[in-house]
Design a protein around this ligand. Sequence first.
Ligand code: NAP
Length: 311
Amino acid sequence: MTESSQNTLQCLIIGSGPAGLSAALYAARANLNPIVLSGMDLGGQVSKTDAVDNYPGFPEGIDGPELVSLFQKQAERFGAEIVFDSVTEVDLSKRPFKVTTYGGEYLAESLIVTTGASVRELGVPGETEFTGRGVSYCATCDGHFFQEKDLIVVGGGDSALKEGIFLTRFAKSVTIVHRRDELRGGVYLANKAKENPKINFIWDTVVTEIIGDGTVNSVRLKNKKTGEEEVRSMDGVFIFIGHIPNTDLFKGQLEMDENKYLVVDKHMHTSLPGVFAAGEVGDPHFQQVVISAGMGAAAAMEVVEFLEEES
Ligand code: NAP
């Protein structure tokens, strides 16, 4: 839609991860002619995952980008339109809701927010300076640059374990540095990581500085229990310490919890009638592709009911 075209949409979906594309499929099948504003990355986080092993229907697993492409095709088959644009402002003060993007302006009777979450940064000296020069948040994107290199992975959750295992395809060694002595990640990935001969663990330890000369050459580590510090030679640092929900656009307009996740009820309703949310933006707990997809479908079904009740 362009600036001159101000037809009011029945349903506008912000975000194109599993939640957004599943919402699009269901909304399109209900003849709501939804538009999906894709954001910067079509597919969101899953498009940066090499293998999704726990999405039902793919017993051998499936590449993240391939899964996104299938989601997209299926939604488009029923008439959903995907627009490659990002939202800059949202006005939810009255209906139709007004959504401004880099490319134009949209009016919509209902909104489904599926803006997901972004990677959390460590916040240590050297991190910003060396991002793209040894510091990365995406193993699928950057792993191949580190053939036969020594890598640090920061974090103790499923992402650190899964991506650490993936990085052993390229790296000489992967050292997982975790701030506690117990992993947060599940048993399956933990066992796979522990059995991998290229993976070592350093427990109770944090990275306090990333050091380099043009590119990363070492990290400063601090043991949280003993206070001991060491500088260890390293070629790359991959950081997987969780996510921050992408909710800045909705500040002061939709209710959020103390960690800035949207407050969503079990029917995907936000605090404002007509605005629904699905996926990680409203799910601090599960954060799984299959659950996000289910939330997206549920949100679209609720939109149908919401619009029908009004007519
Ligand atoms: P997560 O579960 O929140 O884990 C984040 C990890 O980073 C935790 O171990 C945490 O330590 C650590 N951490 C947080 N802030 C830190 C800091 N400032 N410095 C050092 N360490 C820090 O995040 P995630 O691993 O990205 O997983 C997110 C969700 O996606 C989870 O529900 C997970 O199960 C799911 N997931 C599933 C799969 C799968 O294949 N099944 C793969 C990836 C992700 P503490 O443990 O001490 O808090």
